[in-house]
Design a protein around this ligand. Sequence first.
Ligand code: PHE
Length: 338
Amino acid sequence: LQQEALEKIEQSQELKQLNDVRVAYLGKKGPITEVLKGMGKLSAEERPKMGALANEVRDAIASAIESKQQVLETAAIEKQLQEETIDVTLPGRPVQVGSHHPLTSLIEEIEDLFISMGYKVEEGPEVEKDYYNFEALNLPKGHPARDMQDSFYITEDILLRTHTSPVQARTMERHGGKGPVKIICPGKVYRRDNDDATHSHQFMQIEGLVVDENIRMSDLKGTLNVFAKKMFGEDREIRLRPSFFPFTEPSVEMDISCKICGGVGCSVCKKTGWIEILGAGMVHPNVLEKAGFDSKKYTGFAFGMGPERIAMLKYGIDDIRHFYTNDERFLMQFGQKE
Ligand code: PHE
């Protein structure tokens, strides 16, 4: 019996099989239990001999099972380790991460440039009072130039701002007639336009304003020159053309030289060699006075530009709607910079 059990133990390949052997030989219905149960029928001399023998066999089987069990358990762990091994040297799968919107990146770039020249960033409400959007900027009710900026009115006196210039009016007013004021104001603006490749009913602007004693047109020109060269390359020239804005006098428009055709004339610069970038001028005395500044003591310059237009020129984007339709194929081209 012992021999037979030991063989079966030896042959067991799995813990389950080994357990079956244990039940068969050492279990309540196994042969050894049977022998021990039948002891009562034996004579007084036979009993201890038989008992000793049965115990011996049982112990031998039990210890064989135990050592086999250890062998099988170790093997099972080995097998599991083998199967679950992870090769930590395998390269990971690339994780798709989002990136800044191209306009956000560009606006941050422009902000950084002006911050480095001592400007502060100011923001204002998109839902604006008619007063700050127009009146304070020398555009009284009925002024024909209000038509330049077809507006979304909410009530008679409240509208979606048509430009970021109301932020300059608000900031000047807060300064209580004391300079210097040196700010740029990025933000969304709204106009009643039919959307097409170059128009959008909602777009971005960045406004710049400097007010202090002795601010001159040459300061404006120098500032715009630095901006144009940092933004588009040191080899760009700028030129200022006379223009009109109710809130600046004199008013100008700034062009940069066309690098694509080198001034010979191409479709980007409409064969003129120059590309229009922004509007600017010397702050109108009426605007200074309305905001509480003494226009005999203080002068200032202001400029306003459209980041979409700048991004379109910088990156060769041909349709303003790309900025607002969230096509990943477009956005992914302006991937993470960090
Ligand atoms: N607010 C003007 C516009 O929206 C731009 C501008 C700003 C012009 C400041 C001159 C000075 O067209």
